[in-house]
Design a protein around this ligand. Structure first.
Ligand SMILES: NC(=O)c1ccc[n+]([C@@H]2O[C@H](COP(=O)([O-])OP(=O)(O)OC[C@H]3O[C@@H](n4cnc5c(N)ncnc54)[C@H](OP(=O)(O)O)[C@@H]3O)[C@@H](O)[C@H]2O)c1
Length: 287
């Protein structure tokens, strides 16, 4: 896409959540190498500082900043959005990349099922809080990292917190399907405003998420990693959606590493997308 020495993202500001590891960290390095100002949004200061210095060294960029957020807390998301707005006057790419797959059901400080809040509700809130700046900075892009797991997901508005039966794949698939619904609805609401919204599956990639989902020391977790894509290859689809002129005007779509795909049949239910949006807005406290 970019020639040697080309800096096609110069003058563009990119916020990347979950930039401390995996495909988020590689995306930070790639976008910084293309000349973008990159805000690495991380959960832990220690892991974030380590990742930032690695990204600076590999990209040779000085335009890399670390900011902290805990997506398991709406207060933290609101505080982040406020700090961001106070210190930055533009946002061209919001890459909602952070994600978890919790083996056991747990609740956040806000009382919601953790996988649903970290993967979907908090990115929903964060995106909405940053929308005014994304609109002022247009052309701009919202890229959300979903998964092929969304095909197995289902949205039951009566049990979004999975109180009636929890399983790691059930929770993960529901959250990733919710991201696809969000992308479709967001694209409809942003039509004609110069802000696009797309989502993607990065491939099956050797990152920490597998160890966390399957158990850090699990045999399956270790063996699985041997057969997966490297994070360098796994980051390609989201870097493409964040930066390529080819998709400048594309919105409301789901991508995989080999291109645009139809997402699950359920994800095209517009009435459900609208109801999920309204339910989510109520849960996160947006009017
Ligand atoms: N790997 C795959 O095969 C695969 C396939 C499909 C989709 N995905 C998606 O790709 C995205 C990136 O995951 P990855 O594979 O690169 O795994 P990863 O290395 O585990 O990265 C996940 C990132 O999310 C951050 N995060 C987790 N909980 C957070 C919280 N409460 N607040 C803020 N940040 C938090 C992590 O930060 P800490 O480590 O500091 O907690 C980490 O930086 C995820 O959305 C994942 O669902 C991955």
């Amino acid at each position: 896409m970019e020639g040697a020495g080309a800096r096609p993202m110069e003058g563009r500001t990119c916020v990347i959540t979950g930039a401390s590891s995996g495909i988020g960290k590689v995306s930070a390095e790639r976008l910084a190498s293309m000349g973008a100002s990159v805000i690495m949004v991380c959960h832990s200061r220690v892991r974030g500082e380590r990742a930032k210095s690695e990204v600076e060294t590999k990209s040779g960029s000085r335009l890399v900043e670390l900011m902290l957020v805990d997506l398991a807390s709406f207060d933290s998301v609101r505080a982040f959005a406020k700090r961001y707005g106070e210190n930055h006057d533009s946002l061209h790419v919001l890459l909602n990349n952070a994600g978890v797959a919790r083996l056991r059901r747990s609740l956040t400080v806000d009382g919601f099922e953790t996988t649903f809040q970290v993967n979907y509700l908090s990115p929903f809130l964060l995106t909405n809080l940053l929308l005014p700046l994304l609109k002022r900075s247009a052309p701009s892009r919202i890229v959300s990292v979903s998964s092929t797991a969304h095909y197995g997901g289902h949205i039951d508005l009566g049990d979004l917190q999975l109180e009636r039966g929890y399983g790691v794949m059930r929770a993960y698939s529901q959250s990733k399907l919710a991201q696809v619904f969000f992308t479709h609805e967001l694209a409809r609401r942003l039509e004609g405003m110069g802000v696009t919204a797309n989502c993607l599956h990065p491939g099956t990639v050797a990152t920490n998420i597998w160890g966390n989902a399957l158990g850090p020391a699990s045999f399956l977790g270790k063996v699985t990693r041997l057969f997966l894509l490297s994070p360098e290859k796994g980051a390609k689809t989201q870097v493409y959606l964040a930066s390529s002129p080819e998709v400048e005007a594309v919105s409301g779509e789901y991508f995989e590493p080999d291109g645009k795909k139809r997402s699950s049949a359920e994800s095209y239910n517009q009435a459900l997308a609208e109801r999920l949006w309204d339910a989510s807005a109520a849960l996160v406290g947006l009017s």
